[in-house]
Ligand binder design. Structure first.
Ligand code: UDP
Length: 358
């Protein structure tokens, strides 16, 4: 590392850090702060009020939370709510910008892309979802043209959903292995992790639990109550247990005792942090062969990739979970998703952006 960078992270405006409303990008922010602080960088995070993150320099920004992009249609225009936390975060960033070498945007929203040319210091944009709206595609494309090299993403399959001519820095993700314990002796139970929202396809995991009669633990933020009630009505005999949204410590204590994690995304999952969290506990994954999980899971080695939207494939994968070596899953998490490697990747990306701006 050449020098200590002063970084301002502008967190997702859809929820406070620690609330679960932001999904996997919340974990990415936490991991990055840890990894970059270990490398001697100085980070402050401008995040929605009531954010929680131990050991971080948080600036609590008031305002109304932004609706999540995945609940909007492809042609929905940019949304500006009254007293938006998003605009308050960026007003703050503009005011303090000269105290930093770089601002890092974690919002999947039009505004930070639009504002980029009005800042004096460079902005790196970490895009946490695939293409969901035309307004975002255009905003991202404009930043790509004016500030090449400043777009970052998780995976190739994610960036393939955006216009082909854009240039991306692929940064993948990581787990802090010290926070996840390995377990070799699972109970007869499966687990499903994530926001309870239609794009996550929970109903297929519940259908597989009903068919196999293997208990399914469900953990995550209840985002769409109607959706959840419909699932319960549709599969009355499924052995499911909803345990709510829990923190990482509680999550790993539950996950590690399960035979396998089920991932059933209907959309192109940009990454799927829950996959590597499960692997870190030694838990294999049965996932639809679609989006991030298809890049993460080694078919037959760390789980089974099955035909998307087919419950029969999930059931088959569940029946073959015993043949996966759990120790190998943990090793994959260690070798491919280490926190220190994540820190180096982001540091190099930031360094290039800062040098190009000088
Ligand atoms: N998660 C959590 N507690 C729960 C369930 C999930 O903290 O009870 C977190 C999980 O650790 C992961 C995130 O929710 O970081 C889900 O992220 P993922 O990348 O899998 O999907 P996204 O929500 O971004 O679509």
């Amino acid at each position: 590392m050449a020098r200590c960078l002063r970084l301002l992270f502008v967190s997702t405006p859809v929820g406070p850090l620690g609330s679960g409303l932001g999904g996997g990008v919340e974990l990415t922010v936490v991991n990055l702060v840890t990894a970059l602080a270990q490398r001697g960088h100085q980070i402050e995070i401008a995040a929605p009020e009531n954010s929680e993150m131990i050991g971080a320099n948080l600036i609590q920004i008031p305002g109304t939370l932004q609706p999540t992009a995945h609940t909007q249609g492809r042609d929905t225009p940019a949304i500006m709510v009254e007293n938006a936390v998003l605009s308050n975060q960026w007003a703050y960033a503009r005011q303090v910008q000269h105290s930093y070498d770089l601002i890092v945007n974690f919002a999947y929203d039009w505004l930070p892309f639009y504002l980029t040319p009005f800042f004096d210091i460079p902005i790196a944009h970490f895009v946490s979802m695939g293409s969901l709206s035309r307004v975002m595609d255009r905003a991202v494309s404009r930043v790509n043209d004016k500030f090449p090299g400043t777009l970052g993403a998780y995976t190739q399959t994610q960036v393939d959903t955006f216009p082909a001519r854009l240039t991306w820095q692929l940064l993948s993700s990581a787990v802090d292995l010290t926070r996840y314990n390995y377990c070799d002796t699972p109970e007869a139970a499966l687990v499903w992790l994530g926001r309870i929202s239609p794009e996550k396809g929970l109903e297929d995991a519940v259908a597989a639990a009903q068919e196999t009669q293997i208990p399914l633990k469900i953990l995550g933020k209840l985002e769409n109550q109607d959706y959840w009630e419909t699932i319960q009505r549709t599969y009355p005999n499924a052995p499911i247990d909803y345990l709510g949204f829990v923190n990482t410590q509680q999550l790993q204590a539950i996950v590690r005792r399960c035979q396998g994690l089920l991932m059933t995304p209907r959309w192109v999952e940009a990454f799927g942090n829950v996959a590597i969290e499960a692997l870190a506990c030694g838990v294999p994954v049965v996932a639809y062969r679609r989006g991030g999980p298809a890049e993460i899971i080694d078919h037959g080695q760390t789980g089974w990739l099955v035909e998307p939207d087919h419950v029969a494939g999930l059931v088959e994968g569940i029946q073959k979970l015993d043949s996966i070596d759990r120790h190998h899953c943990r090793q994959q998490a260690e070798s491919k998703y280490s926190l220190s490697a994540l820190g180096i990747r982001f540091e190099q990306w930031f360094d290039t952006i800062i040098r190009q701006h000088q």
